[in-house]
Design a protein around this ligand. Structure first.
Ligand code: SR1
Ligand code: MG
Length: 406
């Protein structure tokens, strides 16, 4: 058995060659390490003559973004590969295929999606993805429903939850999302230009009450197997196709955390475009597209989730009741709250987003950060009163005009 070590590019090529049925036997192969995330090595092995390729993702025993001082369990590679397999079974075509998982190397060998682009990059460039809402709504409805007590064998769900105890990665979320932004944590990465807004977060009792409730929900509500980090950097797109990647944060948690993650990242782009698009008409049009996409993501998700419930509810009591009509409104409230938390952490916390950090002009970048913080905190404070997805758009428009003066 091979001992764990970070792969070299030559070893990645050798491993890729051993996968049957993907690359041409004996073909010339090239390899690049393309990992630009916070945690892992990612090797892209490509066959230049045909364009065929394979991705090899290897966990490092520490958080790459910080260094060896932040150790992390390699078990996250097993969790990611098992989550991808489960998601691929219940939501076919919406995640990359896993060819092999090599436990001793914490290595997942999977489908090359280089005909897609990372959605965050696409949105930054101002591209629209008309099928995205339906695809991601389908992905979330099917993965969350069929891994929950609503849609799977309830004894098997307990056993499955045990395989997705993910303490190291959950701790990252507990700290970076539900703790650090609300005090002067050394983990934070806050621009001095918005220090007054960051300090206001630390002194806002009403906000702390609401975040504390959401944090407790994250810790205790084991509703479904979440992706756990479903931001637009974890989604590959083309105009016709959507694939969710990178579920290493997968664990049994509150469904609204995944739905909120998607919406938060659309809102971050919404805030960012005010510092990116100079043409007022283009900006209005792109923001209208993002707002419409947010509403559609929820509607597509809710419609599908309810349909799955009607057809597959797992026990007699669910089938005999209208509990779904109580559950979905609570899920909407969680979605508001988690979306807000995920916006706030990307502005003052350790890990930011390129949508906003990539704005060249300092004043416009600071304004976009303030817009995002205002939207995020308003969502968190409003979450228990949320009744309709449309309220997210009202909040985004209201806070944006207040900060941008339009
Ligand atoms: C230390 S890891 C920082 C962030 O990167 C991942 O994508 C997660 O969002 C995590 O919080
Ligand atoms: Mg990731």
């Amino acid at each position: 058995m091979e001992q764990y070590h970070p792969l070299t590019e030559a070893e990645a090529i050798e491993k890729a060659r051993s996968i049957p049925g993907v690359l041409t036997p004996g073909a010339e192969l090239v390899c690049n390490e393309i990992g630009d995330g916070n945690l892992n090595l990612v090797f892209h092995v490509k066959e230049p003559a045909t364009g065929k390729g394979i991705i090899l993702k290897q966990a490092l025993p520490y958080a790459k973004v910080v260094g060896e001082s932040w150790p992390l369990s390699l078990d996250r590679a097993r969790i990611e590969s098992e989550a991808l397999i489960i998601q691929g079974n219940v939501a076919p075509g919406l995640v990359p295929k896993v060819y092999e998982y090599v436990p001793e190397l914490a290595l997942t060998v999977m489908e090359d999606l280089s005909d897609h682009i990372i959605m965050r990059k696409g949105l930054i460039e101002g591209n629209k993805y008309p099928l995205f809402a339906a695809h991601i709504g389908e992905f979330m409805a099917r993965t969350l429903f069929f891994t929950s007590d609503f849609g799977m064998n309830q004894q098997e769900k307990k056993r499955q939850s045990g395989r997705f105890i993910n303490p190291d990665l959950c701790k990252i979320t507990e700290d970076l999302i539900f703790d650090d932004p609300y005090w002067d944590s050394p983990n934070n990465n806050t621009s001095p230009a918005i220090l007054d807004d960051a300090v206001a977060l630390r002194n806002d009792k009403e906000l702390h009450e609401a975040v504390s409730r959401l944090r407790y929900g994250f810790l205790t509500k084991g509703q479904a197997l979440l992706h756990g980090d479903l931001h637009t950097g974890s989604i590959f797109v083309t105009p016709e196709s959507t694939k969710a990647i990178d579920p290493e944060f997968a664990f049994y948690g509150p469904m609204g955390f995944d739905v909120g993650a998607v919406i938060a990242n659309l809102l971050l782009n919404y805030a960012a475009q005010g510092g990116r698009m100079n043409d007022a008409e283009k900006l209005r049009d792109f923001r209208a597209y993002l707002a419409d996409t947010i509403v559609q993501v929820w509607n597509e998700f809710e419609t599908r989730f309810r349909a799955l419930w009607n057809e597959h509810a797992a026990d007699r009591m669910l089938r005999a009741s209208n509990y779904i009509d109580e559950f979905v409104p609570e899920l909407l409230q969680d979605t508001f709250g988690y979306a807000g938390c995920k916006v706030v952490r990307r502005i003052v916390g350790l890990a930011h987003v390129a949508d906003i950090d990539g704005i060249e002009d300092d004043a416009l970048r600071a304004r976009a950060q303030r817009v995002a913080l205002a939207i995020g905190t308003a969502l968190i404070k409003h979450h228990r009163n949320a009744k309709s997805i449309q309220e997210i758009i009202e909040i985004a428009e209201r806070e944006t005009s207040a900060k941008e003066g339009i």
